[in-house]
Write a protein of this length. Structure first.
Length: 210
């Protein structure tokens, strides 16, 4: 049985031939994509002669887990995501018989950090963001070793920043947007430390664990 995933920087859709074994398409995936996907589903229902697809917001990671569980009517026909499918997810799909996967980019996503208009002005570098939000941070100037993140105030991260508490609200771990933020902001900030950058080249698994 063929199962296909159309993945994107903004949206990833996966299609399974199991959709033809029932009269209504089942869709899971990204909460970011959800509002757009529902509009497409409604238009599909109005113009195609088929029932409107059922869409469940599970997050990008959660949707891909469900999608990769196997083939058949008990599994979703489509998954969407705000990031590309990961190599480990492709491997998980393969273990469950989901082997014929096609990824198609259908859009682009953007991530912005913003604070309250009444709050202090924050001019943040990628290094600042990494030091403020990472679970573990460098214990030495070069970043050869790490320690649990002790920072509670922005000026502890960077003396040029205001003495304001570090409080950040963002998407959950299952979100593709969260994955993208980690890759584009946290990891790039981490690479500002030579020791961290060197560790990634030497031992990627250990680097990821820290």
């Amino acid at each position: 049985m063929k199962k296909t995933i159309l993945s994107a920087i903004l949206i990833a859709f996966g299609f399974s031939s199991s959709a033809f074994a029932r009269d209504q398409i089942q869709i899971v995936g990204s909460s970011t994509v959800y509002p757009f996907a529902t509009v497409v589903a409604e238009r599909f229902g109005k113009t195609s002669g088929f029932k409107t697809p059922v869409i469940e917001s599970t997050g990008s990671g959660g949707g891909l887990k469900l999608f990769c569980k196997g083939l058949g009517t008990e599994h979703p026909d489509i998954t969407n995501a705000s990031r590309r499918i990961k190599a480990k997810e492709v491997k998980n799909c393969s273990k469950n018989g989901v082997t014929d996967i096609t990824e198609i980019k259908v859009g682009f996503d953007g991530i912005a950090m913003a604070n309250a208009k009444s709050g202090p002005m924050l001019e943040l570098s990628l290094k600042d963001v990494y030091l403020a939000l990472a679970k573990d941070v460098p214990a030495d100037p070069e970043g050869n070793t790490v320690k649990p993140n002790p920072y509670k105030m922005w000026n502890e991260v960077n003396p040029a920043l205001p003495a304001a508490p570090i409080v950040v609200i963002g998407p959950p771990p299952t979100s593709g947007t969260r994955d993208a933020f980690n890759e584009l902001a946290i990891e790039r900030g981490c690479k500002k430390f030579p020791g961290r950058k060197a560790l990634k080249k030497k031992d990627k698994k250990l680097y990821k664990s820290q």
